[in-house]
Every structure is written in C-alpha cells, then in structure tokens.
Design a protein around this ligand. Structure first.
Ligand code: PMP
Length: 397
C-alpha cells in the first residue's frame, strides 16, 4: 500500500512541472548570446549583399559549415528558415503536388504509405496524418528499425513510398542506427521507384560526452547502391544555437536538390542570409561547432545522469529505459503507460501523452513514455522524475 500512499502524498504537494517537449533550457540558449550582436559584416564570401533578396540555395560558407555534420556535400545542401520541421512538411507537400525525380505520378494521385519506426517522433506522424498518408508502424531494435520488416514491406507494396528516420540519438529512444541498418536502407529493393528515406538528422552533433556515436553516410551509400535519389536529409541548428531562430537544411542528390529548389523558388525570393552569416561568424567551422556542443553537454549531461540515477533507485525491475550517448530524450518502457501519464498529470507533472510515440497516437502495448529532461533545472527535474516513479509504482501496484 505504500505505492498508493506515496501517490496521495505526491498529489498533495501540488507540483507544476513540465517534461513534455524537448526544449533547450534558458542556460543553453545563453550559450549563443553572442550571436545577438552578429553578423559584423553584411557581405557574403561571394561579395554579395546579404541584406538583399537572392541566393535561394543558401550561402556557400553556411553550406560548407554544416556539410560534414550532415554528411552532405556542400553543393547538395540547401539552407532553409528556422525550422527543419517546416522543410520536412513542405517536402511532403511538394511530393504530393509535384512529380519527383523517378516518380511516374504525383503522390496526391495515389495511395501513399509511410513506414514509421516506433517509438518515433510525433510531429512526423502528424504531418502524415494531416495529408492522408497511411502509416505503418515498424518496431525499433537497438540498432534502428527492424530491417527484415522494412525490406519486406518496401519490396512488396508500391504504395510504400517512404520511411521516417531519426538516425542519430533518435527521438525518442536515443539510439543511433548501426552501419548495417543504414546500408540496408540504401541498398534494399523497393516496389516504388520513387521511394524516399526521410533522414531527419536533428541530433547529428548533440553528443552528451566524449563518446560519440558514428553514423554511416546514407547519401553516399544510396549512390553506391544505385539509388542516388533515395535519401532526403534534414537538419537544423535549433538545438545548436537558438531553437526559434536557427537555420535548417535539406540535402539530397543533385536531381532532388534541383527538384526541391524548383518548388521553393515559387515560395520565396531568397532566405534570411543575415542569419546564415550570423551562424558562420559564430560557429566558424567544424571545431567551432564541436566546442559549442561541449558547452551544451556540460549543461545537459548531468540531467540525463540524474534521470538515470532516480529511475535505477526507484524503479529497478519494474521498467526499462534508454541511456543515450546524445540527443534530447530518454524512453521509459513501463506497463500501463497511459495510466502512469494520467496519474502524473493529476499530480501536476505534464508528460508527452502516452501513445504519442506511435502513429495515430496508438501504442498497442501501452508501454512507451518519452522523457525530455533538458528544459527544467536540476531541482525541478529531480522532483518531476521522482514523481514519475511514484506514478509508475502506483499504476502497477
Ligand atoms: N526533428 C526531430 C527529430 C526533433 O526532435 C525536432 C525537435 N523536437 C525537430 C525535428 C524540430 O526541428 P526544428 O526546430 O528544426 O523544426
């Protein structure tokens, strides 16, 4: 009965804590304060006035800055606005309404199914749901999506046009795809000639320690296996510099980049190049990015350690959870996840809704809870995670 007594005591405390979204803390945003005074020049490397219209693909120096991190040659990168999610959304819309390289017809004229490794990112699923793209869940393993399942579905069904992947420090499991999984994604036969891997490399440089996961180069492998147009790479500086004022990226084969730009050319006369210059001046080069990310790790890693410590002490055998080497999330697997989340809500601890990790918000095993530890300070985080463990024990008493 201590579980229900502890829960009653938790509710009595009247907490108001939020573990829902993977937002950087104010302390992390402060790391980029110097950016607010940049750029010091408005001339680009090519001698163009960055204040004016133009340069749809983005500045060469900005593309060069992120080329290595995103594993895309600078000539095949496009720099976008402040949100990579917007770029992913628009790419789906462009595919629905315009014919992609290798496609016979627009996706809007046919049934389209996406493979969705679970647990996965709810905002990817929301885009599919909004545009009537059918989603099929594929289980994740410790190495990435279960490739036996992916290969079978992609080979059998021409309606299967794509797969969502967060390949490094994944949202929400934190795992990094193994070389074998990446190779199989690049090499597998697909029934649809216009199959695309939506490679959302949102956490490419977001290590928590000196132990860096290595990710194989999907774009290069696709080319090597004769599927050059298969990969759409996305990324952003939302969790590098300023979440609301960063820059985003689209990278792919030359044919896909031309197709993508043919659409964005109708959307805009050119991107915010002052922000691109600001990022180049502030981060400088790959070493500059790495040094800046060590500043984030110093703030974020203790939060991940604290969560792990509390879960180990309080839950032990009752649950399993991930201990990622980077990224923004820990996945907690517990029985009766929906009940746990509801109890936490009643106790003033907001968690991402149970099921959000799955297409249509439905986790058939009712097990997955995404923990986002970055935003609260250590004291609030300790209260929230301890409270969460009380809810887990109460829901499984
Ligand atoms: N992709 C993933 C996997 C994310 O976790 C997030 C942020 N939670 C985003 C994209 C959103 O990125 P952006 O701010 O560039 O739109």
């Amino acid at each position: 009965m201590t579980a229900s007594r502890d829960y009653e005591a938790l509710v009595q405390r009247g907490l108001k804590l939020d573990l829902t979204r993977g937002k950087p803390s104010a302390q992390q945003l402060d790391l980029s304060d110097a950016m607010l005074k940049l750029p010091t020049t408005t001339k680009t490397g090519a001698g163009i006035d960055a204040r004016n219209y133009g340069d749809l693909q983005g500045l060469k120096e900005t593309r060069e800055l992120f080329s290595a991190a995103l594993q895309v040659p600078a000539g095949q990168l496009v720099v976008g606005g402040n949100s990579s999610l917007a770029v992913m959304h628009d790419t789906i819309v462009f595919a629905l309404l315009g014919t992609m390289p290798g496609a016979e017809r627009r996706w809007a004229e046919q049934e389209v199914t996406f493979l969705c490794p679970v647990p996965g990112y709810d905002r990817h699923f929301a885009i599919c749901e909004r545009y009537g793209i059918k989603m099929v869940a594929v289980p994740m393993t410790a190495e990435g999506p279960d490739m036996d399942v992916v290969e079978r579905l992609a080979a059998d069904d021409p309606a299967v046009k794509g797969i969502w992947c967060v390949p490094k420090y994944s949202n929400p499991s934190g795992i990094t795809y193994s070389d074998d999984v990446v190779r199989r994604l690049a090499a597998m036969p697909t029934a649809a000639a216009d199959f695309r891997v939506f490679w959302d490399n949102a956490y490419a440089v977001h290590h928590l320690s000196d132990q860096h996961d290595q990710l194989a180069d999907l774009l290069a492998l696709c080319e090597e296996y004769g599927n050059a147009d298969r990969a759409f790479v996305f990324g952003s500086t939302s969790k590098v510099t300023l979440a609301g004022s960063g820059i985003s990226f689209f990278g792919s084969s030359p044919a896909n980049v031309e197709w993508f730009l043919s659409h964005t050319a109708k959307q805009s006369i050119g991107p915010d190049k002052l922000n691109q210059l600001r990022h180049v001046e502030f981060l400088r080069d790959a070493d500059g990015i790495a040094a800046h990310m060590r500043g984030h790790a110093a703030i974020v890693a203790p939060k991940f350690e604290l969560v792990d410590q509390i879960l180990r002490k309080e839950l032990g055998e009752l649950a399993t959870w991930t201990a990622p080497h980077g990224g923004y999330f820990i996945t907690l697997e517990v029985p009766n996840a929906a009940d746990v989340v509801a109890r936490a809500k009643a106790a003033g601890i907001a968690l991402t809704p149970a099921g959000a990790t799955h297409p249509y918000g439905q986790d058939p095993d009712d097990r997955f809870i995404r923990i986002a530890p970055t935003f609260p300070d250590l004291e609030e985080l300790e209260q929230a995670i301890y409270g969460l463990t009380v809810c887990v024990r109460a829901a499984n008493a």
